[in-house]
Design a protein around this ligand. Structure first.
Ligand code: ZN
Ligand code: ZN
Length: 555
């Protein structure tokens, strides 16, 4: 019998895509709609994300660890508090083993008027910075815009234990702080959600009157009593249980959230093919629900590509010859094939897997860039959200000529126009779960170059387009216990949910940053590729750099 109902609203902090898997005429991957045509997020998708978060938090309280965290025993019956709350993943040998879910998540229905848009998925080549042929396996995605608001209703059956309530409240507390992620496109900058207006109601259905009122009432919270402060009380008592300081990277131990304004000093355009066709221009910035958007996937590509460049340049300085460099090569080219320079870890590992079928791929078998930013063998714990305009920039129309980089002449017929945002400022958020110190160090080096105007973002690298500076940077650091606070920082007196948190200005933490950068140098100089996982050829010691960085477009 239902004993508690938690209501609230899910707010999209970025665009969302929780796909239906169907194909339609306009997109390969539409979002779900109910029979009335209203956009919904299935309750199972929401519960699944909440469950995953709860699983990664539960053993911090000293509760039994879920077998879902252990790859080798995934077919066994699990009796952990999370499985007993959300329903067991595997039923056991005996029919009396296995538990049904004690919580019921309703489908979330879109409450405000939001127009979806179609986003296409063309990747950017790391080295040429143009859309890469390998990544041109293009597909379309229907995206629900930022600021969309969905209903949220979670019903809890009786018999839920105190420890399960703590786990659930601590997971919901994360969502309340805007650290919720939904859908399979988080790596593209989509899916960041916040749970707002949370209310908890308890229902006593033991009396016939209450039961009849409950059954007659469409809105069951009308016959329920609000339990004010439930979330705070349960979260605080959950936090007091934290004892674990084991460094299990499958658990949610810490986070770093970096917020900043990316200000273009000139023009900015990232092409939205669909908008371009509609507007009649060759290039047109991306727009969603009437607002211009800097896609998180594009910014992520820029950050990764620059981080790769920094790591490779430093490794080059420390290498005696081309082979030595390949042994130490800290960043593959994620789009490169087998025989191409700096072959991707994916290709090398696929070969390796063929010969060593039963071996698990370890982190150390990947280059540092793949360890940080992800590869086919390992997802990334780094999230780069879509950037949103914080001002209303001017719009300019610019004409371009394509220049041949070798002859310097104009390529025939290569003329195009673009709709350009003039000096726009975007608010950007980067979130990393369980960051390693060397990763923070590398990210800080990239941020420094961004601040110094050394990195351009978007289409057309020249003096008017894509040049950015960074303003108002702030870093929020959260740690489940003092063991997970990055070097150079102290435990603070403030908490968000169960995390000890502190918000710092980048300029005020130059000493900690120095420690992280030193750790990056340390990891980099000790990094060696395993014998059979060394890329076959490099480009840094040969003179084909112009081929790697062709400059095709100028004004
Ligand atoms: Zn379990
Ligand atoms: Zn790699």
């Amino acid at each position: 019998m239902i004993e508690k109902i938690i209501t609230g609203r899910l707010k999209a902090l970025t665009g969302l895509h929780i796909g239906s898997g169907d194909l339609t005429e306009t997109t390969d991957s539409p979002v779900f709609r109910n029979s009335d045509g209203a956009i919904i997020i299935h309750g199972t998708a929401i519960a699944g994300s909440l469950r995953s978060l709860a699983t990664r938090l539960a053993s911090h309280f000293g509760f039994k660890e879920c077998i879902a965290l252990d790859e080798n025993s995934s077919s066994k019956f699990c009796n952990c508090p999370v499985c007993n709350l959300f329903g067991s993943i595997n039923s056991g040998k005996n029919s009396n083993e296995g538990t049904a879910s004690k919580i019921w998540m309703s489908d979330a229905i879109l409450e405000n008027d939001s127009k979806t848009s179609i986003r296409d998925g063309v990747g950017i080549d790391r080295e040429t910075r143009t859309s890469s042929r390998a990544a041109q396996a293009k597909y379309d995605l229907e995206v629900i815009p930022k600021d969309s608001v969905f209903s949220f209703k979670l019903a809890i059956e009786g018999g839920v234990t105190e420890e399960q309530e703590k786990i659930l409240s601590c997971a919901l507390a994360e969502w309340r702080k805007g650290r919720g992620y939904l859908g399979g496109n988080v790596a593209r900058g989509l899916g960041n959600i916040q749970l707002i207006e949370i209310k908890v109601f308890s229902i006593n259905l033991s009396s016939i009157e209450n039961l009849m009122a409950f059954l007659k009432e469409d809105d069951p919270t009308k016959v329920a009593d609000e339990e004010k402060g439930w979330l705070e009380v349960k979260t605080n008592s959950g936090r007091s249980l934290i004892k674990c300081s084991t460094n299990n990277e499958y658990l949610y131990n810490s986070f770093v959230q970096l917020d900043f304004t990316l200000k273009f000093t000139g023009g900015f355009v990232i092409n939205d093919v669909l908008k371009a066709v509609q507007s009649g221009f060759d290039f047109c910035p991306r727009m969603e629900n009437g607002n211009f958007v800097l896609p998180g996937s594009s910014l992520r590509g820029v950050i990764r590509s620059h981080a790769e460049k920094i790591a490779r340049s430093l490794a080059t300085l420390n290498s005696k010859n081309a082979y030595d460099f390949l042994m130490k090569c800290p960043a593959c080219n994620p789009f490169a094939g087998k025989e191409t320079p700096l072959t991707s870890c994916n290709i090398l590992l696929r070969e390796h897997k063929r010969k060593h079928k039963d071996e698990e791929i370890k982190d150390e078998q990947m280059c540092l860039a793949c360890q940080f930013f992800g590869s086919s063998y390992k997802g990334s714990k780094m999230y780069v959200g879509d950037g949103y305009l914080i001002d209303s920039p001017k719009i300019k129309i610019m004409d371009f000529l394509a220049i041949d980089r070798f002859t310097g002449g104009v390529r025939e017929g290569a003329k195009f126009d673009a709709l350009v945002l003039w000096q726009p400022s975007f608010k950007v958020r980067i979130f990393i779960e369980n960051p390693k110190e060397w990763q923070l160090g590398l990210l800080m080096l990239v941020l420094k170059d961004l601040k110094d105007g050394l990195i351009s973002v978007g289409f057309g690298e020249n003096k008017w387009l894509g040049k950015v500076i960074v303003e108002n940077e702030a870093i929020k650091v959260g740690a489940i216990s003092k063991d997970f606070i990055p070097s150079g920082l102290k435990i603070s007196s403030s908490y968000e949910g169960i995390f000890n948190t502190q918000i710092l200005k980048i300029d005020s933490i130059s000493e900690p940053i120095e420690l992280w950068v030193r750790e990056f140098h340390n990891i980099l100089s000790n990094f060696r590729r395993e014998n059979n996982l060394v890329p076959t050829s490099d480009t840094y010691f040969k003179d084909d750099i112009p081929n790697l960085y062709p400059k095709e477009v100028g004004i």
